[in-house]
Ligand binder design. Structure first.
Ligand code: G3H
Ligand code: 13P
Ligand code: ZN
Length: 333
C-alpha cells in the first residue's frame, strides 16, 4: 500500500471546491506516454494550473499501470524542477470499470479514481459506486461516479446512443453513494467524431459541420438539485479544425471530424462543471505534428525529431485550453 500523499500528489476535494466557487474548471488530460506527460506538466507549470493526469484502461494496457504511476511520481519532481514550487497534481483512474481496478489504483498511489457504472441499472451503479467510495475514502482518495450515458465510440468506452443524465436522480445518487464528483451526460461524447453529419448544420461559408449545442437546461436542472456539487464533463475535446486540416494535408483522412465548440466549454467551466476531460485533442495535435515532419522530411528516422515537435504542439494545446477555455491558470501558485 502506497499513499499518494507520499508521492506529492493531491486528491480532488479542495481543488474542486475552489473551482466550483471560482467559476473555472480543472483540466483532466489523459496520458499514455512520456511526451504527453512532459507536455502536460510543462503547460501546467508554466501557467500554474492545477492538473489531473488521467489513466484509462487503454493507457494501462498500452503502457502498464505501474509504469504510469511511477511516471506520475516523476512528474511531481519534474514540475518542481521547472520552478513550480507547490504543484497540484492529481493522478486519476479514468473510467474504472470494476471495484478491483479501483482498489488496485488506490493501493498503488492514485489520488483519485472514477468508477463508471453508467451502463449498469441504477441500483447496481449505486451499489458498485458505494463500495468503491467506502474503500477509497479510507485512504482519502476521492471518487468520481457517472450517471447518464455518453454517445460515441472510443476504444474502451462505447455507447450506442446518449442518454442525458436525469436531474431527478442526482441527489439520491450522491446521497446514497457518497461520491465526491459526478460525471454527467449533456450531449458531449468521446472521440473525434462526436456527432453524425445529420445531427449538425453546415457553416454556409466554410461548409464545415456545426454541432448541436449542449443541453445546458439539463446542466442547470442538475445544479439546482445538487447546489455547489462538483460536476464533470467527459468527451470535451473541441477537435480543432487546424489539426484536422493538417492531418488531411499530410496524408491523413479525417472527414467529418467534429468536437465541442470552445465557447460552450467556456460556458460550462463557469458553472458547477469543475473537471473537463480532454484526450482526443492531444491525439490530434500529436498526429498532425508527426505527419508534418514525416511528410516534409521523408528521410527522418530519429523519433526525437518527430516526437519533439509533437510534444511542443501538445504543450501549446494544453496551455491554450488552460488559459483560454478552462480558466484554471494561476490557481495553483
Ligand atoms: O474516455 C476515453 C479516453 O479518451 C480514453 O481512451 O481507452 O482509448 O485510452 P482509451
Ligand atoms: P475526448 O475524447 O473528447 O477527448 O474525451 C476524453 C474523455 O472523456 C476521457 O475520459
Ligand atoms: Zn471519458
Amino acid at each position: 500500500m502506497i499513499s499518494y500523499k507520499e508521492l506529492g500528489l493531491v486528491n480532488t476535494r479542495e481543488m474542486f471546491a475552489k473551482a466550483v466557487k471560482g467559476g473555472y474548471a480543472i483540466p483532466a488530460f489523459n496520458f499514455n506516454n512520456m511526451e504527453q506527460l512532459q507536455a502536460i506538466i510543462q503547460a501546467s507549470a508554466e501557467t500554474k494550473s492545477p492538473v489531473i493526469l488521467q489513466v484509462s484502461k487503454g493507457a494501462r494496457n498500452y503502457a502498464n499501470q505501474t509504469l504510469l504511476r511511477y511516471m506520475a511520481e516523476g512528474a511531481v519532481a519534474y514540475a518542481k524542477e521547472l520552478g513550480w514550487k507547490r504543484p497540484q497534481i492529481v493522478l486519476h483512474l479514468d473510467h474504472g470499470d470494476t471495484y478491483e481496478t479501483c482498489k488496485s489504483c488506490v493501493d498503488m498511489g492514485f489520488s483519485s479514481v472514477m468508477i463508471d457504472g453508467s451502463a449498469l441499472p441504477y441500483a447496481e451503479n449505486v451499489a458498485l459506486t458505494k463500495k468503491v467510495v467506502r474503500y477509497a475514502h479510507k485512504y482519502d482518495v476521492t471518487v468520481e461516479a457517472e450517471l447518464g450515458v455518453l454517445a460515441g465510440v472510443e476504444d474502451e468506452v462505447s455507447a450506442e446512443e446518449s442518454h442525458y443524465t436525469r436531474p431527478e436522480e442526482v441527489f439520491d445518487f450522491v446521497k446514497k453513494t457518497g461520491c465526491d464528483s459526478l460525471a454527467i451526460s449533456i450531449g458531449t461524447s468521446h472521440g473525434a467524431y462526436k456527432f453524425r453529419p445529420e445531427q449538425c448544420t453546415r457553416d454556409p461559408k466554410t461548409g464545415k459541420l456545426v454541432p448541436p449545442p449542449l443541453a445546458f437546461n439539463v446542466l442547470k436542472a442538475i445544479e439546482k438539485n445538487l447546489p455547489g456539487f462538483p460536476i464533470v464533463l467527459h468527451g470535451s475535446s473541441s477537435v480543432p479544425q487546424e489539426y484536422v486540416d493538417m492531418i488531411d494535408k499530410y496524408g491523413g483522412k479525417m472527414p467529418n471530424a467534429v468536437g465541442i465548440p470552445e465557447e460552450q466549454l467556456r460556458k460550462a467551466a463557469k458553472s458547477a462543471v469543475c473537471k473537463i476531460n480532454i484526450d482526443s485533442d492531444s491525439r490530434l495535435a500529436m498526429t498532425a505534428a508527426v505527419r508534418k515532419v514525416l511528410a516534409e522530411k521523408p528521410g527522418e528516422f530519429d523519433p526525437r525529431k518527430y516526437l519533439g515537435p509533437a510534444r511542443d504542439e501538445m504543450k501549446k494545446l494544453y496551455a491554450e485550453k488552460i488559459v483560454n477555455v478552462l480558466g484554471s491558470a494561476n490557481k495553483a501558485r
